[in-house]
Design a protein around this ligand. Structure first.
Ligand code: SAH
Length: 196
């Protein structure tokens, strides 16, 4: 994926479309905003950074797993530059709202699940890319297992409130490498391999 293509698309995609509350008027600010149920939509600069870090292949064929559908904003960026996107959200209402928005935008390569994404989505594994938009104290083992050879995963790892943005790569021999990037602050990944 070319950074310019990503930025051009993000500039066309209105973040306000993904926010249906009193914070809608702040959608153009580069700030994280509440989306209900105690969850937040990240600032656009970070969403772009994470998407670029994930390094989707140029021919838009990457098979992607996303954990934390939230508003669906990050999902739209992934779906625009990849093959199938399998997205998991634990809060049913958020998933349903995101589904309605993304259908309105016309995406047919997004598949939704309501459930615990810390366990991944085994039925469609392995994945070329995994994007986790909630913070785990350590990388869920299931997600590493479901990442294919040559795969990449972007995930915030660390305690509540402040985490390290990690790029995890699995080489052709199945060996896992970790590269640390910026410090970020995400809501918790809950569930079996997340926070209680
Ligand atoms: N990417 C989203 C932001 C998500 S905020 C966006 O662009 O709007 C993180 C989301 O992860 C929240 O919606 C939260 O409900 C969800 N989440 C937390 N733990 C989860 C889990 N174990 N499985 C699936 N979703 C989870």
């Amino acid at each position: 994926m070319l950074y310019k293509d990503l930025v051009d698309f993000a500039n066309k995609l209105k973040r306000s479309f993904f926010i249906d509350n009193e914070f809608k008027k702040y959608a153009e600010l580069d700030r994280a905003l509440p989306i209900g149920h105690g969850q937040t939509i990240s600032q656009p600069s970070l969403v772009l950074k994470m998407t670029f870090l994930l390094d989707l292949v140029q021919d838009k064929s990457s098979k992607v797993l996303e954990i934390g559908t939230g508003s669906g904003y990050q999902t739209a960026l992934l779906a625009e530059f990849s093959g199938p996107v399998f997205t998991v959200e634990r809060v049913k209402e958020l998933s349903e709202e995101a589904q309605a928005r993304l259908k309105q935008l016309g995406y047919s390569n997004i598949f939704y699940k309501v459930g615990d994404g810390s366990e991944g989505w085994i039925e469609n594994a392995p994945y070329d890319r995994i994007m986790v938009t909630a913070a785990a104290s350590k990388v869920p083992v299931e997600l590493i297992d479901q990442l294919g050879a040559g795969g990449k995963m972007v995930i915030p790892v660390g305690p509540k409130h402040i985490q390290e943005l990690q790029l995890i790569t699995k080489d052709q021999d199945g060996k896992v490498h970790v590269q640390s990037n910026d410090m970020v602050s995400f809501v918790e990944l809950k569930g079996k391999y997340g926070w209680e």
